[in-house]
Structures are given as C-alpha cells and as structure tokens.
Write a protein that binds this ligand. Structure first.
Ligand SMILES: Cc1cc2nc3c(=O)[nH]c(=O)nc-3n(C[C@H](O)[C@H](O)[C@H](O)COP(=O)(O)OP(=O)(O)OC[C@H]3O[C@@H](n4cnc5c(N)ncnc54)[C@H](O)[C@@H]3O)c2cc1C
Length: 341
C-alpha cells in the first residue's frame, strides 16, 4: 500500500515498470510470467509499489489494447518512466457491487464530452494524474451495461475535486472524486463508445488473479516465521506454519494457471474470481492465526516490527475481501460459472 513516486521511478529506471509493454513504447517486452516473478519479489519485500501499480497492471495494458495510436504514443512511454500514475474510477455511492448502475455521465458536446457525477473509494486518486473511469455516455440507468464507456480523465482539469477519505488505520488510501461540468476532449474516450462494460470485465480478470490477491499478509507471515526460528518454536507452531505454507503453495499454482490463460488472451473471469475469493480468505486468515497463536502460546519478547505489522495488517485485512469485488459477489459469479444458479 506504500506510495513512493521516487521508488517507482527508480524501478522504472531499471526497466521494471510496464515490463509487458512493447519496447517501442518504452516497455521491456517481457511476458506475463516475468511480471509475475517481479511482482512476487516486490510484494515479499514489502516494497512501496502503489504509485505505479494500477498503471502497470491495468491502465497500460488497457491503453495498449483499446487506445488510439495517439493515446498509446502519449501515455505508454510516460507510464514506463513512472511519470504518470493512474487510478480506477468504477465505484460510486450508488454503484459498488452493482457496477452497471453507474450514473456519472459524459454528454457529447462540440466534438468532446462534458462530465458530471461522482466516484468513491478511488485508490490513490489524490496522488494520481489520471483516472480511467467507467461512465454512462448514452441511454439511461435502466439500460444497465449498454451505453457505458471508459474515459481517461486528467484529474487536474477544472471541475474535478478530489477529497481523500481517512480509513480505520488513520491513513488516506482512497478518495471521493467529484466531476462538475468537466470539459473532456474527444480523445478522452478510450476504446469504443458503449463498449465500457466489455472492456472493464476484461480488466477485472487481471485485477482479481495476481500475486497481490494472495500476498497482502506475506510480510507479516515472514516476520512471524523469523520469530519462531529465533525462539526455536515447537511442533504446534511448526504445524501452523505448515498449514499456511500449503495453502499458499496451492493458491500460487492457481494464480499462475490464471496468468497462463490471460497470457493466451483468454478472459478467465470465473477462475480469477475463485483465486481472489480463496486468496483473500488466506490473507485474512494469516493475521488471525498469528494473533491467536501469540496470545495462547507466548513466544517470549515480541519484536516491535512484528507487533506493528500485525496491528497494521489486522486493520487492513477487512478490506481485502471488499476491494476488487466483494466475497458475496465473487461467490455468485463462481456459482453461475459452475452452473449452480
Ligand atoms: C481498500 C479499497 C480500495 C478500493 N479501491 C477502489 C478503486 O480504486 N476504484 C474503485 O472504483 N473502487 C474501489 N473500491 C471499491 C470496491 O470496489 C467496492 O467497495 C466494492 O465493489 C463493494 O461496493 P460497495 O462498497 O458499494 O458495497 P455494496 O455493493 O453496497 O455491498 C455491501 C454489502 O452487500 C453485499 N452485496 C451487495 N450486492 C449483493 C448481492 N447481489 N448478493 C449478495 N450480497 C450482496 C456485498 O457483498 C457487501 O457485503 C475499493 C474498496 C476498498 C475497500
């Protein structure tokens, strides 16, 4: 969750941002598995990756796939240099799980668009220069998926207000974003008008299946194992570590399988939902199990770092099964995919 623009630029200097983008746009032309390995190592080290995260994972590939040649030429090299950071504008106060009911609206005007409405829970909007938003460009709310489009919104435009929201931990990771008659140029539209729903769904498989959906508590787990080693922990503790390690190994295999499908250009929506649901369950189990274990079987003096990490992860953990789609919604998708409903 750490946001550090300088760190992202240093990574970019090594060619480690936008690694899957073609070299003509400043990318490293590597495959999805290379990115997987890189992301795993960054997360395991607890690196502050949030600044370039969304652009690297989602916005860059989206612009490469659906963007015009002008959009690609402008945005992709800047993403690879970690100069431009992106956020995702999907959720609204009245449209979270029911995303098709978004009511932020872009009306055509003089070859461009006028944008009005509000987004909420937008991760790092207050630190980013651009948002890719899902908004209604034609029809009415009742038309649901039809008439939705994606726009690239410059957050410095007049009429945009970004207001950070403070969370349980005292940090402000996400924001409310208000649009009041924001004048967008014609080329703010990304992809086809009316194809926003299809485009967003392709993006969600990327958002739901990566290592970040199984490793959110990994730094805590590593610290705990270090403490157990120091204290020469007994069988009972070792069994708990074994249980977590087995879960993690299985989840990693599942996540890599979804990466393979994505690399083949498939859209494994149900499989990605399964990885996210099981992955976040694991991520939430880690702090619970460690906390309970420390209470029942005290391990001597607690490392301050472990204590701090446990407190932080415990406060963050409830959000793991909300962000990127809630547990109930994912289970509904899995049930439908299995033909159970
Ligand atoms: C840390 C964090 C970061 C986020 N970052 C972003 C971001 O960058 N961009 C963005 O657009 N959004 C972001 N979100 C928003 C997130 O996608 C939404 O919170 C999520 O989709 C749920 O929407 P909601 O909060 O409106 O809850 P609601 O949709 O109101 O759901 C409330 C509860 O009702 C349940 N529920 C709703 N509908 C059904 C149903 N049909 N069947 C069964 N149960 C149901 C839900 O599972 C949930 O438990 C973020 C959220 C968090 C916590």
């Amino acid at each position: 969750m750490g946001f550090d623009a300088e760190f992202s630029r240093a990574l970019a200097g090594r060619g480690w941002v936008g690694v899957t983008l073609p070299s003509e746009y400043g990318g490293s032309n590597l495959d999805a598995f290379s990115r997987y390995v890189l992301v795993e190592e960054l997360l395991a080290a607890g690196a502050p990756v949030a600044a370039h995260w969304i652009a690297d994972r989602q916005s860059g590939p989206l612009i490469l796939k659906f963007g015009t040649s002008t959009q690609r030429a402008f945005f992709l090299p800047r993403i690879c240099r970690a100069e431009l950071f992106f956020c995702i504008g999907m959720s609204e106060p009245g449209a979270g799980s029911d995303l098709a009911s978004v009511s932020t609206r872009a009306r055509p005007k003089d070859g461009g668009w006028v944008l009005n409405g509000q987004k909420i829970w937008t991760t790092n909007a207050h630190h980013c220069q651009y948002m890719i938003a899902l908004v209604r460009s034609s029809g009415e709310r009742e038309d649901r998926q039809a008439g939705l489009s994606q726009f690239i919104i410059d957050l410095s435009l007049p009429g945009v207000t970004v207001r950070p929201i403070r969370d349980l931990s005292g940090d402000a990771h996400f924001s409310e974003v208000f649009f009041d008659n924001v004048q967008l140029a014609g080329d703010a539209l990304v992809g086809e008008e009316g194809s926003g729903w299809k485009q967003v769904n392709a993006e969600l498989a990327f958002e739901r299946s990566g290592p970040e959906r199984i490793y959110s508590s990994i730094v805590l787990l590593e610290l705990w194992i270090r403490l157990l080693r120091q204290n020469s922990a007994g069988q009972a503790q070792a069994a708990k570590v074994g249980r977590l390690a087995v879960h993690l190994a299985t989840l990693r295999n599942m996540s890599i399988t979804v990466t393979a499908k994505l690399a083949l250009g498939e859209s494994p929506v149900v499989e990605a939902a399964l990885v996210k649901d099981l992955g976040t369950e694991f991520e939430q189990m880690v702090p619970q199990l460690i906390e309970a274990s420390m209470g029942v079987e005290p391990q001597g003096e607690l490392e301050a770092e472990l204590h701090r990490t446990l407190a932080y992860v415990s406060q963050m953990a409830p959000s793991y099964s909300l962000r990127g789609g809630t547990r109930e919604i994912l289970r509904g998708m899995i049930a439908r995919g299995l033909g159970l409903r």
